[in-house]
Design a protein. Structure first.
Length: 403
């Protein structure tokens, strides 16, 4: 026999034997009622003990093809697709076979719930994404009550993602069997908001360095800072605020009703208008220990809504010829040009006793004598007295000596 013929015969036998070792199962998956092909449907083939033998997914025309061993035995088939009810079949396979499937739409049920923060406060405007794997099949947004409601397929497993800017997202997994409630708690990603901006000179458009920014709530100043190179930024707790910008020589500028939420950055710029200040010099005053001198009068044209309201303590005692007091602006305008004087010269009244040594010590004690000579006027008087006494004694001595 020709060796070439022998080799070709062996190859033919091997190819025939290998082709006889497998069966090919083909078919199509369509939608009931419309007969439209279902793409990406999964077709799984199991042995009678539910051990998976092979599987395949349908193409855009709904067709699939699966290779199984060439064993004449009964197999179990399962076809499933997202949004459809599974279909199961069992059949005896003794060769290549066509197995088709018709899937009915999965009935929809409600997936609903509430989204709140860690303080049990409702979160409006949170987004809910319902996913199968990485594919989003439904989305919703929470309403003013923090509530959402979406229609999903029954008897289906989902990953549900809830998120909103300023909060950490939350992902929950659930298998929906009938209408299902699924609630979320989102933790705040940032506990404060921020108010920031620039302060300009309206006339020159230059930035104003050192302007005072006050953030107030119900009239009380809660936060305060001065601009650096015309800029400011203040971190605040969530709430509604009034923001005031002040600077000497400029009109006060206030913006009211600014709402700041968690993690929110609010930009608020100010344009400051300058003021005209007229100063009337003080009068001569009375001086001495009477009333303080007249103070200069200050008038600011267009002084805005901040009118200073100064209150001062009583004058201190006259110490080393000077008295002091403390003056405070109850309106906290940050303006000092009309501030009352806080210091003045003074003298002790003439009736005030200067030396009370005689009340403390008898005149003949050493302490009284030392205290007497601490006064320069007393020393001068004593010297004069001694000179006069010495002169009288000398005259008397000379007079009696002649006799």
């Amino acid at each position: 026999m020709n060796i070439k013929k022998i080799i070709l015969s062996l190859l033919f036998v091997m190819i025939f034997a290998s082709s006889a070792q497998a069966y090919t199962i083909t078919g199509q998956v369509i939608e009931s009622g419309t007969n439209n092909p279902i793409a990406n449907a999964n077709v799984n083939i199991y042995d009678w003990s539910f051990n998976l033998i092979n599987s395949n997914a349908t193409n855009t025309s709904g067709f699939y093809s699966v290779i199984i061993p060439n064993i004449t035995v009964a197999y179990r088939f399962n076809a499933n697709a997202v949004g459809y009810v599974d279909q199961n079949k069992s059949t005896l396979i003794s060769g290549d076979k066509v197995v088709d499937f018709t899937l009915g739409p999965q009935p929809s049920v409600s997936l609903y719930g509430y989204v709140k923060d860690q303080n049990d406060l409702i979160i409006q405007g949170a987004t809910i994404d319902v996913k199968i794997g990485s594919n989003t099949v439904q989305s919703a947004t929470t309403d003013a009550a923090g509530f959402y409601n979406v229609n999903v397929w029954n008897n289906t497993a989902y990953n549900v993602n809830a998120y909103k800017s300023g909060y950490y997202a939350s992902v929950l997994s659930t298998t929906v069997v009938g209408s299902t409630e699924l609630n979320f708690t989102l933790n705040q990603a940032q506990q404060t908001g921020r108010i920031y901006g620039l302060v300009y000179n309206q006339s020159t458009a230059n930035l104003l360095d050192g302007a005072t920014i006050r953030v107030k709530q119900n009239g009380a100043t809660l936060y305060q800072m001065q601009t650096v190179n015309g800029a400011y930024n203040i971190d605040v707790n969530p709430g509604t605020y009034d923001i005031t910008a002040t600077m000497t020589g400029f009109l006060e500028n206030t913006v009211t009703g600014i709402y700041v939420s968690f993690g929110q950055n609010i930009e608020q710029n100010f344009n400051m208008s300058s003021t005209i200040t007229i100063v009337i010099p003080p009068g001569p005053g009375e001086g001495g220990g009477g009333e303080p001198p007249e103070e200069e009068a200050v008038f600011r044209l267009g002084a805005g809504r901040c009118d200073t309201n100064w209150t001062c303590t009583e004058w201190s005692s006259c110490i080393n010829g000077y008295q002091t007091r403390v003056c405070t602006d109850l309106e906290d305008c940050g303006l000092d040009d009309d501030k009352p004087i806080e210091g003045r010269k003074c003298t002790l009244p003439a009736t005030q006793p200067v030396n009370k040594t005689s009340e403390k010590y008898p005149w003949y004690t050493g302490a009284a004598i030392l205290n007497f000579f601490k006064n320069k006027d007393n020393i001068v008087a004593a010297i004069i007295v001694l000179l006069v006494v010495g002169f009288v004694i000398t005259i008397g001595y000379l007079y009696f000596k002649k006799r």
